[in-house]
Design a protein around this ligand. Structure first.
Ligand code: GA4
Length: 347
């Protein structure tokens, strides 16, 4: 596949099919949009460099995460359980998935919890108790994370996600509205999330049995339900993507690049042209790995269906229309690795 890559801007290189595409966002826009579409169709995954997000913003966000995960377990548990927002360890989702990971899940719209707290007085007691728990987690996180740092990071990755989504519409020749994807993310009610995953070093796990010598699953295979994921990690490897021929490809760590994943919703919006990539994280290193993901999602009420120019006489809509809320509910009711899109196919 052809990619535009650093260190020489505007240079085009050929890489073999096992290399992860690296796209230099400082190259000519028409070329970049073409490469973004090609990588999204072939792999549903690529890295971007010269993305314009300062090292200071990522360093400060990484520091927040490292400080949080370095706290004693008892203290971290004050931000638990992740239902689904908050601190979690080992258990992923609600249906029995586990991994060698601890994490923090945050909503990018912090208003959502504090606003709902104002209207709880008339609600039934069980709802009240649940909300009180959520509020406790929210307040604990507010005290323990620097909201300026987190907000600066969210703003930077949201802008990057929108930029990439607009490059996609240009590459797909959606001429009437180049913001048809990015408008979902810019919406004030966007349901986007930020997740920090911390994979403790292998040597810290005091298990010398032969089975422990093999790679441990940090986060099992899955696709992301949202539109687009923007991922950054420290300099420790572990992320792998699954190619269509069934091989797992390790993604070399690169703290100055961002990895971009196509999510299930973007697969639907492009009527199956873009592939929602299956990926996983292994936790077998001697150094701790920390990754930070921004999951760009539509508002809960948003209606999802393929954009018009991906529907042709030869290729009718592969999916029935649904709301993000409906799709999210389904995804959260299943296991991590379950295929959810099949349930939304057109008859
Ligand atoms: C995968 C992408 C995001 O990390 C996430 C995950 C969520 C969770 O960890 O609670 C899910 C998973 C993710 C997909 C299927 C469901 C929901 C765990 C799980 C078993 C926060 C998300 O939105 O979906």
């Amino acid at each position: 596949m052809v990619v535009a890559s650093s260190p020489t801007p505007n240079r085009i290189e050929k890489i073999n099919s096992f290399d992860v595409p690296i796209i230099d966002l400082s190259c000519k826009r028409s070329l970049v949009s073409e490469l973004v579409v090609k990588a999204s169709e072939e792999y549903g995954f690529f890295k971007v460099i010269n993305h314009g997000i300062s090292k200071d913003i990522t360093d400060r966000m990484e520091e927040q995460g490292l400080n949080f995960f370095a706290k004693p377990a008892l203290e971290k548990r004050q931000a638990a359980p992740p239902s689904p927002l908050g601190y979690g360890t080992k258990n992923i989702g609600f249906n029995g998935d586990v991994g060698e990971v601890e994490y923090l899940l945050l909503h990018t719209n912090t208003q959502s919890i504090s606003q709902s707290s104002k209207s709880i007085s008339n609600e039934p007691l069980s709802f009240h108790t649940q909300l009180k728990k959520k509020l406790h987690v929210f307040l604990f996180l507010e005290k323990n994370l620097d909201s300026c740092v987190v907000n600066d990071y969210i703003e930077a990755v949201r802008n990057l996600a929108c930029e990439i989504l607009e490059l996609m519409t240009e590459g797909l020749h959606v001429h009437d509205n180049k913001c048809v994807f990015s408008d979902f993310i810019r919406d004030i009610d966007s349901d986007s999330l930020v997740r920090l995953n911390h994979y403790p070093p292998y040597k810290d796990i005091m298990d010398t049995s032969p089975s422990s010598q093999t790679n441990r699953i940090g986060f099992g295979e899955h696709s992301d339900p949202q539109i687009l994921t923007i991922l950054r990690s420290n300099d420790v490897g572990g992320l792998q993507i699954l190619l269509e021929d069934g091989t797992w490809v390790p993604v070399p760590p690169d703290p100055i690049a961002f990895c971009v994943n196509v999510g299930d919703t973007l697969q639907v919006l492009t009527n199956g042209r873009f592939k929602s990539v299956i990926h996983r994280a292994l936790a077998n290193s001697v150094k701790p790995r920390m990754s930070i993901m921004y999951f760009a999602a539509p508002p809960l009420h948003a209606c999802i269906s393929p954009v018009p120019n991906t529907i042709t006489p030869e290729k009718s809509s592969l999916y029935r229309p649904f709301t993000w809320s409906e799709f999210k509910k389904t995804a959260y009711s299943l296991r991590l690795g379950d295929t959810r899109l099949d349930l939304f196919k057109a008859q």
